[in-house]
Design a protein around this ligand. Structure first.
Ligand SMILES: Cc1cc2nc3c(=O)[nH]c(=O)nc-3n(C[C@H](O)[C@H](O)[C@H](O)COP(=O)(O)OP(=O)(O)OC[C@H]3O[C@@H](n4cnc5c(N)ncnc54)[C@H](O)[C@@H]3O)c2cc1C
Length: 421
């Protein structure tokens, strides 16, 4: 950073000194600007790391409610018992020890945009963290369906951890010849190919371990929302004997303990129900009055900085933002880098990059040892102020293969290391 940049950088550091007085909120460089990051998933971990890596003496404090992160990426292999939760367990040690991120375990309760503070509940009480810039990457929250809905009885397993193990146990212990029902939420939801991938690997598991079982997939969308050729082929060939796929299904209500879904195609009864509810932005954004898109579910941001349209000093990345880019871990990682770069330029008195691009990739297991994949690249379009899909970049694998399955782990481990390592 040159001297001019350094002066502008320090000009924005006004509130930093306040924070040093707060227990559990130590200050590595008291004169440096203060960035608070809410959420330590793919978006939050990556932005914290890269702010420190590229920004040097900037103060970065991550607030995360959990002691470690379980990745949803690769979690469908846990549902089928191919490996355990350990495979997707990601620690914060490297962020703290290698990159100097201040890490605070606590739940962010409310953002106060006017005073630029966040109220956090920690094990020892409530603290208010002041910030010059705030980044929020809380993932998604769920909209409860009508009826007697109990997530523990009809697990979504759409946040990795306890729910994933719950669903694994239910499928493993399902009665001989039982019915497994999956409900796919209306888009946008996190990981567009994820539900179809889950339908495939669960059908594969049941074909091998419970051959008289049946899989019923109730999709609220009008068609397969990602990798239509790959999943369409799998449903029509590999799983035609076991799997029924229905589009445009509206679920009126659910009775989780009874295993009943009332839908517009009739009543569906399942021995195991994997009900993935509709999604919305993380709770903290709703509670803080920051959700402002037309559907009242997501937060509108400027994709050049990921600053909220209403409060540009609050940046929203990952699943909670409303740019229309896919809600994926790979995408959250890419947005985090655009956001980190824009914030560092801001502190340096420079304009953000006017041509940001992002990318997303997903590998989708189809059986216990084969997979397909999906890629997409997005480029900022100055005319509309939106991120636009680069047409030639949108592709799915020509065939599913064992090589793809192996590459899936290498790709995931690279992403894990780039975000958390
Ligand atoms: C089955 C499945 C498979 C998937 N496969 C892929 C894939 O192959 N490729 C891919 O790119 N993506 C995949 N995804 C999607 C990916 O997991 C998400 O898009 C990604 O995790 C989003 O990152 P995020 O930072 O927005 O949220 P998350 O990674 O969910 O992180 C949010 C974090 O914020 C914390 N938090 C929330 N609220 C608060 C609060 N108030 N205070 C403190 N902490 C808080 C949470 O504890 C959590 O750690 C998959 C998802 C699923 C469900």
């Amino acid at each position: 950073m040159n001297k001019t940049n350094r002066r502008v950088f320090l000009k924005h550091a006004g509130v930093a000194a306040l924070a040093s007085a707060i227990p559990g909120f130590s200050t590595a460089a008291p004169s440096a600007p203060r960035v608070v990051v809410i959420g330590g998933g793919f978006g939050g971990a990556t932005v914290s790391k890269y702010l420190r890596l590229w920004g040097g003496d900037i103060n970065v404090t991550m607030v995360e409610s959990q002691p470690l992160h379980y990745s949803c990426i690769l979690s469908n292999g846990i549902v089928t018992g191919d490996y355990g939760l350990d495979r997707v367990r990601l620690q914060y040690d490297a962020l703290k020890d290698r990159h100097g991120v201040e890490w605070l375990q606590g739940k962010a309760l409310k953002i106060h945009p006017d005073s630029q503070e966040v109220t956090v509940r920690t094990a020892t009480g409530r603290v208010k963290l002041p910030y010059d810039k705030l980044i929020v990457s809380p993932g998604v929250d769920f909209i409860s369906p009508q009826g007697n809905y109990k997530a523990g009885k009809t697990p979504h397993a759409w946040k990795a951890g306890e729910q994933t193990i719950n669903l694994r146990n239910k499928i493993k212990n399902m009665r001989d010849g039982g019915t497994f029902v999956m409900r796919i939420p209306k888009a946008p939801y996190r990981c567009p190919p994820g539900p179809y991938e889950r339908a495939c690997v669960c059908a594969d598991f049941l074909q091998r371990h419970n051959p008289n079982a049946k899989v019923i997939v109730l999709d609220e969308n009008p068609k397969i929302m990602a990798e239509p050729v790959t999943f369409g082929n799998a449903f029509e060939t590999l799983y035609s004997d076991i799997l029924e796929y229905h589009t445009n299904v509206q679920v009126a209500d659910i009775d989780s303990p009874a295993g009943i879904l009332n839908t517009d195609i009739g009543q569906i009864v399942g021995d195991v129900i994997n009900f993935i509810p509709d999604h919305k932005a993380g709770k903290i954004l709703h509670k803080s009055g920051l959700v402002d898109d037309a559907t009242n579910r997501w937060v509108q941001v400027d994709p050049i900085t990921y600053g909220s349209v209403a409060h540009p000093e609050i940046h929203i990345i990952g699943d909670s933002q409303a740019t229309g880019q896919p809600k994926s871990g790979h995408m959250a990682n890419a947005q985090a880098k655009v956001c980190a770069d824009a914030i560092l330029r801001y502190f340096g008195g420079e304009q953000p990059n006017q041509q940001p691009s992002t990318a997303s990739a997903c590998f989708s297991p189809i059986t216990q040892d084969t997979a397909g994949w999906l890629t997409a690249v997005f480029q900022y379009d100055a005319g509309t102020g939106q991120m636009k899909l680069v047409p030639d970049s949108f592709a799915e694998a020509e065939e599913v293969s064992k090589d793809n399955y192996e590459e899936m782990f290498a790709w995931a481990d690279n992403l894990f290391a780039d975000s958390f390592g």
